[in-house]
Design a protein around this ligand. Structure first.
Ligand SMILES: Nc1nc2c(ncn2[C@@H]2O[C@H](COP(=O)(O)OP(=O)(O)OP(=O)(O)O)[C@@H](O)[C@H]2O)c(=O)[nH]1
Ligand SMILES: [Mg+2]
Length: 211
């Protein structure tokens, strides 16, 4: 059995209005971004194994600030710290406004300029895998992502799909990770991606623990 990173501690640290009043860049950051109501806050709670660490709600627009959470992983006995960042969602704009208008200026500034960001986790609703706004976000991030940063697509709410829809999603996005926060499925793969992006391949950490 290979080692699996697990969260042993999660703490809310601060809410910020903009990059100017954000925390010092003392830890590597994982940002969760996506449409309002896609499940950003719920995903943070599921990963951290805490019910109300990040505030989630059935009403879109719940998260309005940039929220920082310090997360302590363990791999075997070794501790590894990362910071999760919960962001406000972008709107359900049906009409074609520019992405930057939809998203607030403060958010765009954070996403483009924050040096500590190492991983963008773009959450997409498994029920709407071809939403244009999500394609635009993917393209937008591709426009400025640095070599030391990674971008990951994760489909949420997979529990809402039937067998046929799941098969179609798999066919259209063969490599994508799918999760359910309701059923707590798919989370190990996300942990692995987070951990390996920031700390390197898990195989390289195999000190101590036997096979
Ligand atoms: N069935 C199901 N519901 C989910 C899942 N993830 C989130 N939800 C529900 O979706 C709704 C929105 O979840 P949030 O986590 O608040 O979404 P958010 O992306 O943080 O939303 P904003 O902060 O408004 O941008 C809540 O009612 C959650 O319970 C999931 O995997 N499956
Ligand atoms: Mg939220």
């Amino acid at each position: 059995m290979s080692l699996q990173p697990r969260v042993v501690n999660a703490t809310f640290i601060k809410s910020a209005q903009s990059i100017a009043d954000s925390l010092e860049e003392s830890m590597s950051e994982v940002v969760f971004l996506g449409r309002s109501n896609v499940g950003k806050s719920s995903t943070i709670n599921a990963l951290a194994n805490r019910k109300n660490l990040a505030k989630s709600s059935a009403t879109p627009g719940k998260t309005q600030l940039i929220n920082f959470f310090d997360i302590e992983y363990r791999l075997g006995e070794e501790p590894y710290g990362v910071r999760y960042v919960d962001l406000p969602g972008f709107g359900y704009a049906k009409v074609s406004k520019s992405l930057k208008q939809i998203w607030q200026k403060n958010l765009v500034e954070y996403i483009e300029n924050r040096v500590a960001i190492r991983l963008f986790i773009h959450l997409r609703d498994a029920r709407h895998p071809h939403a244009k706004i999500d394609d635009e976000v993917a393209e937008y991030i591709d426009g400025f992502i640095r070599p030391d940063q990674r971008y990951l697509t994760v489909f949420t709410k997979i529990d809402k799909l039937g067998q046929k829809e799941r098969a179609a999603l798999k066919r259209d996005f063969p490599d994508a990770i799918t999760i359910s926060n309701a059923k707590r499925s798919g989370l190990e793969r996300v942990h692995r991606e987070i951990f390996e992006t920031i700390f390197g391949p898990i195989g390289d950490h195999s000190s101590g623990e036997g096979a």
